[in-house]
Design a binder for this molecule. Sequence first.
Ligand code: ZN
Ligand code: ZN
Length: 170
Amino acid sequence: MAGIQYEGGCFCGAVRYAMTRPPLFTHCCHCFDCQKQSGGAFAINALIEATHLPLTQGAPVAIAMKTDSGRPHDITRCAQCQTALWSDYGRRGYLLFLRVSTLDAPHAIAPDAHIFTRSKVPWVALDGALPPGSATAKPALVCEVYYDMKSVWPAESLARRDTASAAAKR
Ligand SMILES: [Zn+2]
Ligand SMILES: [Zn+2]
């Protein structure tokens, strides 16, 4: 497959995917929902156009999650081992939040921003170090809640997001 940047899959190996572009932006999300749903201290989500996350093997299933906001949130999981592979927040279809830890090289992508740090576990220290592989090439932003996308994302990522959104409306 042309343009493969990364490959990954679920724990049992039934589902495999490719990622054919670097992510638009990557979050470490420290919200309580991510902690509960992952069983960990945070979720690492790389935002990527759905068209650049082709499935290469298997048939994962989307499971609807309850949210405080009432907006839809589907988590796509392997039907066999139930590994969470990516989320579609708002059921937009064109933008997916890939769980970075499911990559074959899970440390290849570093977060550009830590979000919802108001609920982070107290023993995770955010030292402002420059993570290798971040889209912004700046120390990851640390946000109590969220940030203003238009002033934070690289121009190229904003343009890619607009293109994906416009294509989805067609
Ligand atoms: Zn599996
Ligand atoms: Zn979260």
